[in-house]
Design a protein around this ligand. Structure first.
Ligand code: DON
Length: 303
């Protein structure tokens, strides 16, 4: 399959739609300043073939896509014990919702909603320096240094009222062990990591290779653990749009409000698409269309 041709076609078809739909996330001031007129896509196959088109080399805020990698660190360190305080069911609610935490006694539905990712950050704080571990993991996985956009991190912290509420609520139920400010510092900083589509497509590569490092071939996760991360991405990675993503795209995906979406075609490739304007569910408006076009053109889907 000529993947470069496929990505070029997708870029040509979607570029005229830039500015035609969706809105850049406005609740974090530093994200609100990003131009919506950008679209990038990149993939890396299990054989190491790379293809990219559009703004694939422009760094963007990976936001909730970071939750895949923080979960990876936590699963690697804690195994099954991680699930004592975090569920594995889709929430069917917006990513920052508080409502289920009340009835479910402070146990977040899954590790990809904000509450779940904050609970994962708490586990990483118990294990050591979560921020540094995450940056080191991402840098190893894409073979290049990766850093935090400190302006975005500060902006997250300045406006993180809902995340602070989620953390306090969980602390009240005993879900968090550590100081709330320390846990939120890890969470806000992980969201503010900046990467390009090319770097994300490479970094996620262990998820299409049964857990093996995309460059070194050494285990990042066991194959069973990698399968479970993919299952969570499929069922929970795009929040209340997860059903629609499975129906239209049929790939494990994880989105972020920076406009990125990472997708996995098990045993074939990992793909990252980025366009900052979001639909009403907080997923990239053009990113979603790009993934649907990719699956239609290539026939690559888990279904
Ligand atoms: O917690 C927040 O508000 C953001 N820093 C991350 C949210 C996010 O990316 C949700 N995903 N679509």
């Amino acid at each position: 399959m000529d993947f470069q041709l496929v990505l070029d076609q997708i870029n040509t078809e979607l570029r005229p739609l830039l500015g035609e739909g969706g809105k850049v996330a406005s609740y974090i001031p530093a994200l609100a300043r990003v131009s919506p007129l950008q679209f990038g896509i990149a993939l890396r196959t299990c054989d190491g073939e790379v293809a990219q088109a559009g703004d694939s080399a422009v760094p963007f805020s990976i936001q909730s896509m970071s939750k895949v990698f923080s979960l990876t660190l936590a699963i690697k360190a804690l195994g099954e014990a991680l699930w004592d305080r975090i569920g594995r069911e889709p929430s069917g609610s917006p990513f920052n919702s508080l409502v289920q935490l009340e009835t479910e006694r402070g146990i977040p539905r899954n590790p990809f909603i904000n509450a779940g990712a904050i609970a994962v950050a708490d586990r990483l704080v118990s294990l050591g320096d979560g921020k540094a571990e995450l940056l080191a993991l991402l840098s190893r996985l894409c073979g290049e240094p990766v850093s935090i956009d400190t302006e975005v991190a500060q902006s997250e912290a300045d406006t993180g009222y809902r995340n602070t509420a989620l953390a306090n609520f969980m602390k009240g139920f005993g879900t968090l062990d550590n100081d709330i400010a320390t846990v939120l510092d890890v969470y806000f900083n992980q969201c503010a990591i900046a990467m390009t589509c090319e770097q994300v497509a490479c970094a996620a590569g262990y998820l299409c290779r049964d857990g093996k490092h995309p460059l070194a071939g050494t285990p990042v996760l066991s194959s069973a653990q990698a399968r479970r991360v993919n299952a969570l991405m499929l069922t929970c990675g795009t929040y209340d749009a997860a059903g629609e993503f499975a129906f239209r795209i049929g790939l494990p995906c994880k989105s972020g409000v920076g406009g990125g979406i990472v997708a996995v075609v098990p045993d074939h490739l990992t793909l990252c698409v980025w366009s900052p304007a979001l639909d009403e569910t907080g997923n990239s408006f053009l990113g979603r269309q790009a993934l649907e076009l990719f699956v239609t053109k290539t026939g690559l889907s888990v279904f």
